[in-house]
Each structure stands twice: as C-alpha cells, then as structure tokens.
Design a protein around this ligand. Structure first.
Ligand code: NCD
Length: 358
C-alpha cells in the first residue's frame, strides 16, 4: 500500500486525485479512506458500505440501549472541529455525529480566536491540534489546505486522520456522501440511482458541493447529469473533462423547466457570491431563470426529488417546502448519519457496529 510517508509534498500534490487515492487509504478500512479529502476517493463499493453503516447506526440509535451502546464505541476518541469558514449544518452534523459515537469534541470556529491570529502557521496549528485530539474535521477557504495538512500529519510523530468539511471552491466530499445517501434512500425499492437523471442548477462554477457530487455520481451506471446555470456560472472545465473521460453522459441546458421535466433529482445551489472578485459582481448576473418555484414544481415528475445542500436564499421558493418531493430537510439530517458512519469507519469500527447485537 502506498504511504504518505514515502512521498514528498510537491510530488504528492502534483498527482491526479486517482493517483493520490492509494496514499490516503485506511490500512484497516478495506478500501475506505483514512484521510477524507475529495470525492474521487470513494468507489461504489465504499459508498454502499457507508450507506449500509449509516442505516445501521440510525437503526441502533432508535432505542436507549442502542444509543448507549453507540456512545461507548468511540468514547476513547477526541475530535477537533476546525472551521475557519462559516458553517451551520456541516459543523453541527459533524458535532452531532461525534456525540452519537461518544467522541469528545473541541472546536475553533474563527481563526481570530486561535494562535494563527498571532502569526502561527497552519502547519503548527494542526500539529497543536493533533497533540490533543485523534481526528481533525476541518473547513477552510483555502483550496488544498486539507490535503497539505493530511500530508503534514501523516509525516509527523502523531499521525491522525483529517476529514475535509469543505475546501475553498474545490471539494466538499462529506456533503457529496450525504447527497448520495439521500439519493440512495429516495430511490430505494424504486430501482436505485442507476439510470437516473440529475440536474444541477445555480452557481456550478464556484459550488464545491456540485463538483464533489458530480464525481460521486460517476460511480453509478448510466446516470445522466444536466447542468443549468447562467453562462458566467456554468460548470467548470475540470468537471466536464472528468465526465467526458469517464464516458458519462452530460448536457448543458438553458431552461430549468425543460431540465425539471426529465429529471429524477433537481439539485439547486446558492450563488456563491462570497467568492466575487469585485464587490457586487454576482448581483449583476441575471439569475432569475435559475430558481425553483411553483411552476417548476408542477413540472416535476411524481417520484422525482428536489435537493439543496443549504443554506438557501431564494433559489427554492418556500411554497415547495411541504411537498413530499422536497428532500432538503431530510438531506440535512442524513448528513448526521452518514458522517457518523464515515467517522466510525475511519477509526476502524465499521465491522464492530455492523455485527453488534442491536
Ligand atoms: C455548502 C458549502 O458550504 O459549500 N453548504 C453546506 O455545507 N451545506 C453550500 C453553500 O454554502 O452554498
């Protein structure tokens, strides 16, 4: 097995995600990651195992005895939530996932309250966290920072795993896991994800959840991806190239209504204007045709679903919220279960939980 201790940072950084993958594998995880950094680390078998584990944890947690059993599984572990970018759901669902498994947590939610403010390097900060914790769950506006930190940690005296909870405009692998888990559950007993059509709409250029989910969907057979966005915010070239390379069928469409009619899932996203180069840049883009409202809802197939990583602004009208096809609230809760599954598997407890008597 390839090891991060056997490769220099520059050499590792230059590899493709596929080539990086073996370096990030969990020695006792049978194909699951040790450091979770990007979506390309998960193949179909890994996704199916994580969804099964999430279902199992969800089920066990229903009874008090089961919940107490789970609380004991990782009671000897501590996790650091290091979020130097705003977050509600990703932070809270990771926190709740840790609580389900009995993991004690610490957090930094604002770099201004950590010693980085005094000029400490990211490397030193991370090394500090690893002195006190057994896992780092991190979100950062910097692309590639989680990767660098993973390499640093694996090459330190106290290697601990990193979970990327959002890295710049680049990747959000655990969001993509919860999106897949939501699709799996929505199409359970209806033939699954294979053969489905998924439409992505909104800011596809800067939305990291789109990139990560687009990659994960390529693990399924004959899934067609449709991209609907203002021209300025259309899906970036690297995503298109990855799909073309894998022979995945995709299409760029102008009309959300037309796309809605043929979709099994419509994945809406927010305009990510925090990345504007010039203030007010995004506000000049006409986004009025990229919103899901009553008219789109009327065109949505009876068994199709509406998804959103949240937070939403006005890209899904609130009149859709109580429709049974609106999956965004459940999607949010699914995040807690799949993250609990990923954390348990990262620490090597997949089998213990799958085979326990509850
Ligand atoms: C997303 C993110 O942070 O990338 N939110 C999330 O994690 N649920 C999407 C967004 O902020 O628009």
């Amino acid at each position: 097995m390839a090891k991060l201790t056997e490769i220099g940072w520059e050499e590792f950084e230059a590899l493709s995600p596929e080539a990086k993958r073996p370096y990030l594998e969990n020695p006792d995880g049978g194909g699951l990651p040790y450091h979770t950094l990007f979506a390309q680390q998960f193949d179909r078998a890994a996704l199916e195992r994580l969804c099964a584990l999430a279902n199992r944890i969800r089920f066990i947690n229903k009874s008090k005895e089961g919940a107490l059993y789970l609380k004991n599984v990782l009671a000897h572990k501590r996790a650091m939530l290091y979020f130097s970018q705003p977050s509600s759901r990703t932070f809270l669902s990771h926190l709740a996932a840790c609580q389900i498994l009995g993991i004690t947590t610490g957090s930094v939610r604002d770099a201004a309250t950590s010693s980085e403010f005094k000029g400490e390097s990211h490397e030193d900060s991370i090394r500090t966290f690893s002195s006190y914790f057994d896992m780092i769950i991190m979100r950062s506006p910097e692309r590639g920072l989680a990767e660098k930190m993973a390499w640093e940690l694996s090459n330190s005296e106290r290697p601990i795993p990193i979970l990327n909870a959002g890295s710049g405009k680049d990747q959000h692998p655990t969001q993509a896991l919860l999106d897949i888990y939501t699709l799996v559950r929505s199409f359970e007993n209806k033939g699954g994800i294979d053969g489905r059509t998924v439409t992505f709409c909104g800011d596809l250029m800067r939305g990291r959840t789109v990139r990560s989910l687009s990659h994960l969907l390529t693990n399924f057979r004959d899934v067609r991806q449709i991209f609907v966005a203002p021209p300025e915010l259309q899906v970036p070239a690297d995503v298109v190239m990855a799909l073309a390379k894998k022979g995945v069928s995709f299409e760029v469409m102008d009309s959300l209504k037309e796309a809605t009619k043929v979709s099994d899932a419509v994945y809406m996203t927010r305009i990510q204007d925090e990345w504007d180069q010039a203030k007010g840049e995004s506000a000049k883009i006409d986004t009025s045709h990229f919103k899901f409202g009553a008219e789109e809802l009327a065109l949505l197939r009876p068994d199709a679903i509406i998804m959103h990583p949240l937070p939403r602004r006005d890209e899904i009208a609130t009149c859709c919220d109580h429709d049974p096809r609106a999956m965004y609230w459940r999607q949010m809760r699914n995040g807690m279960w799949i993250r609990a599954a990923l954390i348990a598997a990262t620490f090597g407890f997949e089998r213990t939980i799958m085979e326990c008597g509850y």
